[in-house]
Every structure is written in structure tokens, then in C-alpha cells.
Design a protein around this ligand. Structure first.
Ligand SMILES: Nc1ncnc2c1ncn2[C@@H]1O[C@H](COP(=O)(O)OP(=O)(O)OP(=O)(O)O)[C@@H](O)[C@H]1O
Length: 658
């Protein structure tokens, strides 16, 4: 019954033997090269600069005899060099003189420049316009003083030369140069100190990497090893590091902020991954730039001609810090998406809704506690919608419908003596998976009406808990991730957690689970520029720092209309009269009264707002609701009055299309 899998993200396309976990990184089209640090874990460490490719290192340990021979050779080289220098002291003096002359010349140059700007009162240049007299007089007096000092020095030089000959003159000149050189060196080192500690940069050597980890208090420098070379990986460098004996991967993961500080980058630029089979090693990946900013992440659904399959495909969520695709299956899952207002929850949700909409056999049930426009594109495809019907009753009605269907499925499972709906059972008995997506659940879970809120949470928890085996996926979204909105008993059974930017680590923990922030996984550390940044956690996996894929308006409406066509072809569109779009068009026609041309907006609203479900509607809302149906307001002339309104013909044509 469900369309055959035909997509690049089909797990069946994985190379044999590769295990998959949820929210794992899967090879979507833009996947980067295989991580080179995966291979050489067993190779001996080498110190060196970053290399473009991962070299094959000579295997095996270096023998003691070989080490001794190397040491002897280096010692011999050193002795020979010292012997050579002892025979040629002029070489040594030359080197010292060159060094002193270099810095002396630089220092003298700096002194001359300073004297010149003093003599010209350069610090007062800005005041030349407002107080030229003062500046010019000061310049004159300084130049007089400077000229006198210069004259005296020249005279003194001549006298010294005349009295003592060139030797003393040369000595004085050398001393002067030495003093200027010393001053120059001092100024330079002070300048360097003011610049602060430098970052490791984009091409650090392994010694620098070890130093950074030692500075982050992960152990002593000589106990930390870099396995293999530090390599480049796209716009990042990567190193496999062995921690001091007894220090596990989790200790390094916790110290991510300290490691980032020691490296000299932002925390989000650092990814620390475990190394399979060795809990004392980590893969350190450091991006040159902030990977949570920049160009949006595109969703491959846009360029994928076919639909999706609930049973075999995965939802493309976005990309991790390393640019790898992050995806999860919806089979036997449920999800919680949370984050502060504007954190990117609707954008993240769109990836799930589009995926589900494009499988014509998934029944959609949609509720938005904001009663806004976010879900309107998908409403014509949905079997159940709340629309703008406010309060607990409409949502409870929808939950009841889903629960009744769930009970029916459980009866069937009992009859079949099988624990859960599988793809085969679904196909055989015509059972469609259900996606129940509830946005802004705080509207119903923390409204203040304790009894109604409790009933809502209990009902949702029941669907989450039992729906898993009945092919019912529940999604809850909230901008107030707090315990009173998502009680722990509900949070803990929602298997996929997606924490977008949060205001506090506690809010992030409410989504990801307590203690995650202290382990280094906190969505509170993202800032407003990092749009769509969050942590995605799925069953049994570590949270993955992810930037969600962003579908723009035209892509969304394109996907929604493709989903509409797929559903039309599959005969799974909701019954015409039940569809909210159709209901609205019929209501507008009703509200137009009898005029063949149509009606002015004010008159339509007059009648419409008296009808059930349209209470409080105003012109903007009506226009926004009719827009996806292809009906737009325009000037309509009725009884000699030309005003903004809707043409009957436009509405009837939209009804025909629907
Ligand atoms: N992955 C992303 N890539 C690029 N921009 C994004 C991404 N996610 C969110 N944004 C930007 O952030 C804005 C807010 O996102 P969104 O509407 O999803 O927030 P929200 O959490 O749903 O807000 P609210 O709680 O107010 O509904 C978007 O309009 C978009 O400009």
C-alpha cells in the first residue's frame, strides 16, 4: 500500500554491516569525505604540522637500539657544530653584530619617527583647525629645542672625535645602537603581550593541540598523545587524541568550553566525538568559522521528485557542526521540540511536516495552540485540524478521535496476536500511520485550568505511550520548555528531543533530559545569530549539535502542493466537505449574500463572524486564510460603490479546484 522506497536516505541503502542509530549522521548528498581520523587509531603518534591527506604511517614501535643510535647522531652533530664555531669566533661576533645592528636600526628608526612627531606636535594635529595659533607656536618652540639639542650633539661628536679619535666615537655609536635595539626588543615583546594569547589557528601542529588539551586541564602535556597527524577536513582541522590513562571521553566532552578557550575559538566550533572501541580517545574537530551560521541548510526533499515513505525513509533534520546530514526515522517514535520564541521551532517542525505530508498514506492530525498560520499549508491535507477553534474542547475532540483509532488498532493487534503494526500489517489491513503534531502545547497543558490541563496531558501521554505500537507518532512543540508545560512523565516518553535555542540551561534540560547541560549539551549557549542551531537527541544516542534545514516559503508551498497531488492520486485526501479550506469557501459564499458579483470585505466579515468557527475574524486573517486557496481581495463595484472585497466567481472557482 505504501509507496516503494526510492530515496537516497533509505536505510536499506546503507552498506552492509553498518549499524544505524537514530538521529545519526547519514550519507545525504552533500556528505563530506570519510573522516580520515577513523582509520589510523592504532598508529604511533607523530608530531608535526597539519597535512592535507592522512599519511600511511610506518607501523610498529621504534626499538630502543634505534633510539640510542638517533640520540648519538644528534649529539655528534651538536659537538661538531660547537667545534666549528670555536675555530671561527668572527662568525659568532658577526651574528651578534647583525642581530644588534638589525634591532638597533629598527630602534633608531622608531626614535627618529618619535622625535619627528614630537617636533611637529603631531598629537595636536586635530586641533590645527580650531586653535592653529597654539599648535604652530608649540611646534616652533619644540623645533627650536630640538634644533638646539641636535646642534649640541653634533658639536659633542666632533669634539670626541677630535680629542680621542674614531675608536671612542665608534664605541659610543655601538652603545647607542645597542640601547636602541634593546628598547626596540622590549617594546615588541610588550606589544605581543598586549595582543593576548594567540589562537591555535587553522593549521596547528600536534604539539599545540596537546598543549591546548593540557591547558584545558585534561592532563599533563606528556601524557596526552595525538594519534596520527592533525589533518584538514573541509573548513576545519581534525585530530585524534589519546587522553591520559584513566581519563574517559566523557571528561573531555564536559570540558568542551575549556578546550575551546584553550584553542582560541568559540565553543560551537568544537566537536568532540568518541572513538569506537577506545573510551580514552577522542576525535577533536575544530571549525575555522562558526558552523551554526552562514548559508542555510537545504532540505533534499525540495529536489527529490518522488514522495517519502514512513516505513523506510528518515526525516532530514539538518546538518551537524561538521556538515554531515542528521536524520531520524518516525517509526515507533514521538518527538518533543522546544526552544525560546524565535528559536526556530516552526522551521524545524516544517521538515517533519513536509516529510509526513509527502507520504500520502500518513494521516495528519494538526493542532496549533497559537491558532496561527504556521500549519495552514498542511491543513488541506490533514484528516484532523483544530484551525482557530480555541480552548480545550476542540483539541480534546481531536485527541479522542485519535485514541478511538488507537483502540481499534489495539483490538486488531490482539486479534492477530502480534505486538505492533508493521509495514506488512499496515499494507494488509489498510492501516495508515498517523502523525499527531501539536504546536505550542502550553496552550492546553499549562493554561491555568488545572483539570482541563491535566486531562490534556493524560490524553497526550496515553497516545504517546500506546501509539508507538499502533503506528501513531505524536509530536509536541513548545516555546516554554518548563516542567509545568511538559511534565517529566510526558517528556520522558517522547523519544526524540530537539532543543533549539533556549534561555537557560534548565530549559534546555527540560527538553533533552536533566543533567545534559552539565555534560556539555546545552541549547542555552546558542545566540540569536545562530539561527536554527540546537541539539537533537534520539533514543540511546548523545545529543547532536544540529543546524536545522530551512525551507523557504516557496519551497514549502511547492512541497505542500506536491503532497496534495500525491494524496489526490492515492485517494487519501480528506473528505471534501470536512476540509477546512472547503468549509471556509462555503462559509464565504454564504456570507456574500445574493449579489452575483460578490461582496465587500466588511459585509462578508459581518456575516462570517456570526458563523460557528469564525468568531473575531478580521480582514487580514480572512485574506491570509483565502490566499493558499488562490482567492485574493480586489476592488469590487457593488451598487455603485467600489470597495475592497471578493468576487463570487473567484470563490466558486476555488471551490471547484478544491
Ligand atoms: N535553520 C534555520 N536556518 C535559517 N534561519 C532560521 C532557521 N531556523 C530559524 N530561522 C530563522 O529564525 C526565524 C524564527 O524561526 P521560527 O519561526 O521557526 O521560530 P519559532 O521558534 O517557531 O518562533 P515562535 O516560538 O515565535 O513561533 C525564522 O523566520 C528564520 O528567519
Amino acid at each position: 500500500m505504501t509507496a516503494e522506497p526510492n530515496f537516497s536516505n533509505d536505510p536499506d541503502h546503507n552498506p552492509p554491516g553498518q549499524d544505524r542509530t537514530d538521529a545519526e549522521i547519514v550519507p545525504f548528498p552533500k556528505t563530506r569525505d570519510q573522516d580520515p581520523a577513523d582509520e589510523p587509531d592504532a598508529t604511533p603518534p607523530i608530531e608535526g604540522r597539519i597535512v592535507k591527506t592522512f599519511p600511511a604511517l610506518p607501523g610498529g614501535a621504534v626499538s630502543g637500539a634505534q633510539m640510542l643510535a638517533d640520540w648519538r647522531a644528534s649529539a655528534q652533530q651538536l659537538t661538531d657544530r660547537v667545534g666549528e664555531l670555536a675555530k671561527r669566533p668572527d662568525l659568532v661576533i658577526n651574528a651578534i653584530l647583525k642581530h644588534e645592528l638589525y634591532y638597533g636600526a629598527l630602534g633608531t628608526g622608531r626614535g627618529i619617527r618619535a622625535a619627528w612627531s614630537w617636533a611637529t606636535a603631531a598629537e595636536l594635529n586635530a586641533q590645527l583647525g580650531s586653535n592653529p595659533k597654539m599648535v604652530l607656536e608649540l611646534r616652533k618652540s619644540r623645533q627650536r629645542m630640538g634644533g638646539a639639542a641636535l646642534g649640541l650633539s653634533v658639536l659633542a661628536t666632533f669634539m670626541v672625535w677630535a680629542a680621542f679619535g674614531p675608536f671612542l666615537f665608534t664605541l659610543a655609536a655601538l652603545l647607542g645602537l645597542g640601547a636602541a635595539g634593546a628598547a626596540e626588543r622590549k617594546l615588541r615583546s610588550a606589544g605581543k603581550a598586549d595582543d593576548g594569547r594567540g589562537a591555535l589557528g587553522t593549521h596547528p601542529g600536534s604539539k599545540a593541540v596537546r598543549g591546548a588539551l593540557a591547558n584545558a586541564k585534561l592532563g599533563k602535556l606528556d601524557q596526552i598523545r595525538v594519534i596520527g597527524a592533525v589533518t584538514r577536513d573541509g573548513d576545519a582541522w581534525i585530530a585524534t587524541v589519546e587522553l591520559p590513562p584513566g581519563i574517559p571521553y566523557s571528561a573531555a566532552a564536559k570540558k568542551r568550553p575549556e578546550i575551546a578557550s584553550a584553542i582560541g575559538v568559540d565553543e560551537v566550533q568544537v566537536a568532540i566525538d568518541p572513538v569506537k572501541g577506545h573510551n580514552g580517545r577522542i576525535k577533536l574537530w575544530v571549525a575555522d568559522e562558526d558552523p551554526m551560521q552562514g548559508d542555510r541548510v537545504e532540505n533534499p526533499l525540495v529536489s527529490q521528485a518522488a514522495g517519502t515513505s514512513f516505513w523506510t525513509d528518515k526525516v532530514f533534520a539538518g546538518r551537524d557542526a561538521r556538515g554531515r546530514a542528521v536524520a531520524f526515522s518516525l517509526v515507533e517514535r514521538s518527538y518533543l521540540i522546544g526552544g525560546e520564541p524565535g528559536g526556530g521551532k516552526s522551521v524545524a517542525s516544517n521538515n517533519i511536516l513536509c516529510f509526513a505530508a509527502l507520504d500520502p498514506y500518513i494521516d495528519l492530525y494538526l493542532g496549533d495552540g497559537k491558532y496561527g498560520f504556521d500549519q495552514m499549508l498542511f491543513e488541506p491535507l490533514a484528516k484532523g485540524v483544530i484551525g482557530d477553534r480555541q480552548g480545550h474542547d476542540p483539541v480534546m475532540e481531536m485527541l479522542e478521535t485519535v485514541r478511538e483509532e488507537m483502540n481499534r488498532r489495539y483490538k486488531l493487534l490482539r486479534k492477530l496476536g502480534t505486538p505492533k503494526i508493521t509495514r506488512e500489517i499496515a499494507a494488509k489491513y489498510g492501516i495508515n500511520p498517523i502523525l499527531l503534531h501539536l504546536d505550542e502545547i502550553q496552550t492546553w497543558s499549562a493554561s491555568g485550568d488545572t483539570k482541563a490541563d491535566k486531562a490534556f496531558v493524560l490524553s497526550v501521554a496515553d497516545i504517546v505511550g500506546r501509539g508507538r505500537a499502533a503506528a501513531i507518532v505524536t509530536g509536541a512543540v513548545t516555546q516554554r520548555p518548563a516542567a509545568e508545560v511538559v511534565p517529566t512523565r510526558l517528556r520522558d516518553i517522547l523519544s526524540i528531543r530537539w532543543a533549539l535555542r533556549c534561555t537557560t540551561p534548565d530549559a534546555s534540560d527540560t527538553i533533552l533530559g536533566s543533567g545534559r547541560a552539565s555534560q556539555g549539551f546545552s541549547a542555552a549557549k546558542f545566540n540569536a545569530d545562530q539561527r536554527g542551531a540546537g541539539y537533537l537527541l534520539s533514543e540511546g544516542a548523545l545529543p547532536i549539535q544540529t543546524r536545522s534545514a530551512f525551507l523557504n516559503e516557496s519551497e514549502l508551498s511547492g512541497l505542500a502542493s506536491r503532497a496534495y497531488d500525491l494524496r489526490k492520486a492515492a485517494g487519501t485526501l480528506p473528505a471534501t466537505a470536512e476540509r477546512p479550506g472547503v468549509k471556509l469557501l462555503m462559509a464565504v459564499l454564504d456570507a456574500m449574500g445574493g449579489h452575483p458579483k460578490g461582496a465587500h470585505t466588511a459585509e462578508i466579515l459581518d456575516a462570517l463572524t456570526k458563523m460557528d468557527g469564525y468568531d473575531g475574524w478580521e480582514a487580514g486573517k480572512l485574506a491570509a486564510a483565502l490566499k493558499p486557496l488562490g482567492v485574493f481581495p480586489r476592488q469590487v463595484e457593488i451598487d455603485g460603490r467600489n470597495r475592497n472585497g471578493y468576487r463570487r466567481e473567484d470563490v466558486t472557482q476555488a471551490l471547484d479546484r478544491a
